[in-house]
Design a protein around this ligand. Structure first.
Ligand code: ZN
Ligand code: ZN
Length: 620
């Protein structure tokens, strides 16, 4: 098949189409062309074809007709002028790139404009990768890239999120002297930030003299999404100081940074700001706000935001349902789910994770199984490993450890480490040594060096008073070279987020903090508190000395907040590890003795301590 007939078949060229379309063309008609073409010299036809493309090709359908027409009237396929306009129109109409590519292969010596158009077309398509290939081919054909080449190329690379290509392109722009252009910097910044290379992103940002909102947003978002929320917030303050007005994107980045840090006060200020900036109607922004309050354990504020929303989508409902469930308000989560169903909204996978979690927390075994069934049957959602995990947790919490094990064995999906860990945790709490060992053997295969599993098993032996086994676990942990995750706790005071680690004495108020910690231990002993030394391994990630017990990072953080906040102010702590049994008990008593509400978000859940009790009902 020659190229011409290949094109014809691609274009479905047949005469009736030309007839039908006659009336649709603006000032030119095919009839007039037809009558004049044989006598007309080729340049005239070419000019007409190009004009048709420029003014009349507003749909893919017309484009093909014009192309077909040009073929019929002998416009050579390799003509660079015709090819250039044709490709430009194909790309502008977002027609398939395979079509543009086919035309491109026929053009003799395409110029820089045509190359750029191809790069642009791929950059804007679903599959941006060939853009870079075209760029390389272009340089190999000795066509010099110009200022229009890079924006599209950078766009393509940032879409494919390949940091290496980004770096390669970065050096090319430096070499060619385009690096200082604002769009080049902005694109590079976006690539680095989106690929998680926040350092390089920040470097590019620092080198920019003219930073627009796009640049600020890219760098702030890069830090916010890559576990560097403090930097994101610092940059936001700089941005405001520089008189750049944030928009919805900035606000969403900031809110997610605050949510990750548990920085409620800062988040509240962003809230005030977004109201002033008129972003109350922006659904993404308000959903991020909901998430912030839920993640900071301030569920009442989340409910208030939800209540005030004029428009809500499934994300809004799901965020609050999950938020209520993980914060220990299972009944309210289920109430909200019922309301959602009444509104005829279709819940999603994550909504059901929240629902099942809520059932598990409330000990609603039958309801949990019923929701699981309805999820599949009524909503057609195929259960994922997370849903099975919730079911195992549901059985475990209810004390049905054996049934939980049977459930795992009969699951249609391969159980992962999280599921075995749930079972191991349940065995520790309900004292099921043999099943605990089975769970542990699976965990050793799946995630051999997870320090938390050593802790759980050691706790299990400790609860059975099998001290030799506890010792063996400790030794094997050292022998296996298990990395201890350093524990830390974050609290927010004033404009800052403070981080405390175990035994940390770097803070200027250290002396007072530790003095208070000693006083607390004495006070708690009067309340019947006995330091739980046998469980010290619960935080093996930290130190294993008895003295260390009083000074786990969350205790230091709480003492710091007791010193620096007015009586009655709630204390919120974000901890990277699980709270140990000793701290849990101590904090319950602190909440009673000091009459403070203490909210701890640990690695897996929330603990709302109040009046000597915790919302987790001592199961975590
Ligand atoms: Zn602890
Ligand atoms: Zn708790």
């Amino acid at each position: 098949m020659n190229l011409s007939s290949k094109l014809s078949s691609l274009l479905h060229i047949h005469t009736p189409m030309l007839h039908v379309s006659r009336n649709h063309f603006c000032s030119f008609t095919f009839t007039s062309f037809f009558s004049t073409t044989p006598e007309n010299p080729l340049p005239h036809v070419l000019t007409k074809c190009i004009s048709l493309l420029q003014y009349c090709a507003s749909s893919k359908h017309k484009l093909k007709q014009i192309h077909a027409f040009s073929i019929r009237h002998g416009v050579p396929l390799h003509n660079p002028d015709m090819g250039k306009h044709l490709i430009f129109t194909i790309v502008s109409l977002s027609a398939p790139m395979s079509y543009a590519h086919l035309v491109f292969t026929m053009i003799r010596n395409p110029n820089v404009f045509t190359w750029n158009t191809m790069i642009r077309g791929y950059a804007e398509s679903q599959d941006p990768k060939p853009a870079l290939h075209f760029y390389r081919q272009m340089t190999m054909s000795c066509v010099e890239p110009d200022t229009h080449t890079y924006p599209f190329l950078l766009k393509a690379v940032s879409k494919s999120l390949n940091v290496r290509e980004g770096e390669a392109l970065h050096s090319v722009t430096i070499k060619n002297g385009f690096e200082s252009l604002v769009f080049v910097r902005n694109s590079l910044l976006h690539i680095y930030a989106a690929c998680g290379d926040t350092e390089s992103a920040h470097k590019v940002f620092e080198s920019m003299t003219d930073r627009d909102l796009v640049a600020w947003n890219s760098v702030i978002n890069g830090f916010a999404l890559n576990g560097r929320p403090n930097e994101a917030l610092t940059l936001f303050r700089e941005m405001s100081a520089n008189g750049v007005e944030p928009d919805g994107f900035t606000v969403v980045s900031l809110l997610s940074a605050c949510a990750e840090l548990g920085a409620l006060e800062l988040g509240r200020r962003v809230h005030v700001y977004l109201l002033k900036a008129g972003l109350r109607e922006n659904l993404h922004v308000v959903n991020a706000l909901l998430d912030l309050y839920a993640k900071c354990g301030s569920i009442r504020e989340a409910q208030q935001v939800f209540g005030e929303m004029e428009e809500r989508n499934v994300v809004s409902w799901t965020t609050l349902i999950v938020g209520l469930a993980v914060n220990g308000f299972g009944e309210e989560a289920l109430e909200l789910f019922k309301e959602m169903e009444e509104q005829k909204l279709a819940p999603g996978e994550i909504t059901f994770v929240g629902v099942l979690y809520a059932c598990s927390h409330c000990g609603m075994l039958d309801e949990g199984f019923d929701y699981f069934r309805r999820m599949k049957e009524e909503y057609g959602i195929a259960p994922r490993i997370e849903h099975y995990g919730c079911m195992v947790d549901l059985l475990s919490r209810a004390g049905l450890v054996k049934q939980a094990y049977e459930y795992i064995q009969n699951m249609p999906v391969q159980p992962n480490a999280v599921i075995w860990r749930t079972l191991l945790g349940a065995c520790t709490i309900h004292g099921h040594l043999s099943l605990g060992e089975i769970a542990r053997s699976h965990l050793l295969k799946l995630e051999p060096k997870h320090s938390g599993d050593y802790v759980l098993l050691s706790n299990l032996y400790a609860s059975e008073r099998r001290w030799t086994d506890v010792q063996t676990i400790r030794k094997s942990m050292l022998q296996d070279g298990v990395k201890k995750t350093p524990g830390y706790s974050l609290v927010e005071l004033g404009n800052r987020v403070y981080e405390f680690t175990m035994g940390d004495r770097s803070h200027p108020q250290s002396q007072d903090v530790y003095a208070l910690l000693e006083k607390i231990t004495e006070l708690l002993k009067l309340e019947g508190y006995v330091p739980r030394t046998e469980n010290v391994l619960a935080d093996i990630e930290e130190e294993e000395k008895e003295q260390a017990l009083s000074y786990h990072s969350e205790k230091v953080a709480i003492a710091f907040m007791l010193l620096n906040t007015a009586p009655g102010t709630p204390i919120r702590v974000m901890k990277n590890l699980r709270v140990c049994a000793d701290c849990h008990m101590a904090i319950k008593l602190i909440s009673k003795v000091y009459d403070r509400e203490i909210v701890i978000r640990d690695r897996s859940r929330f603990h709302h301590f109040r009046g000597g009790k915790c919302s987790c009902k001592d199961y975590w």
